[in-house]
Design a protein around this ligand. Structure first.
Ligand SMILES: *[C@@H]1O[C@H](CO)[C@@H](O)[C@H](O)[C@H]1NC(C)=O
Ligand SMILES: *[C@@H]1O[C@H](CO)[C@@H](O)[C@H](O)[C@H]1NC(C)=O
Ligand SMILES: *[C@@H]1O[C@H](CO)[C@@H](O)[C@H](O)[C@H]1NC(C)=O
Ligand SMILES: CC(=O)N[C@H]1CO[C@H](CO)[C@@H](O)[C@@H]1O
Length: 290
């Protein structure tokens, strides 16, 4: 999205990708790269402007927000009241719309795919209208809202210390699993929603894990409640059994000993319970602890 339009709110980042590169310059390795281990963690449905938009205050080079951004209440009526972007996010509940149709309406102003889906740059004018159709009185402001950096101290620290990609977009403008499939295999195999029956059956495509295995490199999946990587049929193979580790028991220990595999995927707690709160940032889960 460029600044040529009055930049409306939420960049659609259904998943936020956080990658850490751990490099050991002097380690012996089968490749010439000094990078020995890559750790991938993919957070859940929060848009860029919602999580990091106000970080522009820390670093004006970040393509964030300043509060001048707005959306009309109705995309077909330019004179309808506007809702402006605020800095008052805290607990997001209920969950804003993020189906393929909802995002189509958020980005192009209409969920009729025959309408306006060719506008370039997209109008980004349908967030409020889509939220209004969800029948929750708070929703319109809720989707036009971001965190004050001090409310998300862990992200604030990461943004202050490391690089931020502010032009990163979700692979599929839709729900969780098509995007997670993309992260690990470069395709959602045509899925634009979480299709339960197909997830249970397991997706059949080749994954990055297969490629790593074939290249003689190691990988490890550090899971908490359920490993979403098991939605790939290939990962259910017996030969990969030893690549799955319980995060709580192993991650810190392996990291400390320098024993992490070459390619590491950390799977958060996707399920929210009193004793073990979810750690994936999906609304309505808590984001404060980072
Ligand atoms: C949030 O926005 C309001 C209105 O623009 C502003 O007065 C306030 O200082 C902002 N708060 C923070 C913490 O930036
Ligand atoms: C399409 O958009 C209209 C207008 O906001 C809304 O009433 C309707 O529920 C939407 N349909 C879908 C499938 O999102
Ligand atoms: C479709 O795009 C045109 C031209 O950019 C714009 O004038 C119109 O308001 C858009 N319609 C909707 C429903 O967003
Ligand atoms: C809280 C939040 O940012 N939710 C987002 C989920 O995804 C949809 C579609 O990208 C956004 O519009 C929501 O704002």
């Amino acid at each position: 999205m460029t600044r040529t339009i009055k930049k409306a709110n939420m960049l659609t980042t259904t998943l936020t990708l956080i990658m850490f590169l751990i490099s050991f310059p002097h380690s012996s390795s089968s490749t010439s790269s000094p990078i020995k281990t890559v750790v991938v963690i993919v957070m859940e449905n929060r848009s860029f402007d919602h999580m990091l938009g106000w970080m522009k205050k820390l670093n004006p080079e970040i393509n964030g927000v300043d509060g001048s951004e707005s959306n009309p209440t109705s995309t077909s009526d330019p004179n309808s009241p506007k809702v402006f972007f605020k800095n008052e996010s805290h607990f997001v509940d209920p969950d804003p719309g993020h189906s393929f149709q909802a995002i189509c309406e958020q980005i192009f102003g209409s969920n009729n795919t025959a309408v306006n889906t060719s506008s370039n740059p997209p109008l980004m004018n349908g967030f409020v209208q889509q939220a209004k159709s969800m029948d929750d009185p708070q929703m319109s402001q809720s989707v036009m809202n971001g965190f004050d950096p001090d409310k998300v101290a862990v992200y604030k620290e990461l943004v202050s210390e490391f690089a931020v990609f502010d032009r990163w977009f979700a692979s599929v403008p839709s729900s969780t699993q098509p995007n997670r499939l993309y992260v690990h295999s470069g395709t959602s195999h045509g899925a634009t929603s979480n299709v339960k029956s197909l997830l249970i059956k397991g997706y059949s495509q080749q994954t990055i894990f297969d490629n790593l295995h074939d290249a003689g490199l190691s990988f490890g999946i550090y899971f908490q409640n359920i490993p979403a990587t098991l939605f790939f049929r290939n990962l259910r193979k017996v030969k990969y059994l030893t690549s799955f580790h319980a995060y709580g028991l192993s991650f810190a220990n392996h990291a400390k000993k320098g024993k992490l595999p070459n390619y590491v995927v950390v799977e958060q707690r996707y399920m929210d319970t009193m004793l073990e709160p979810a750690t994936d940032d999906h609304p309505s889960h808590d984001v404060y602890q980072g």
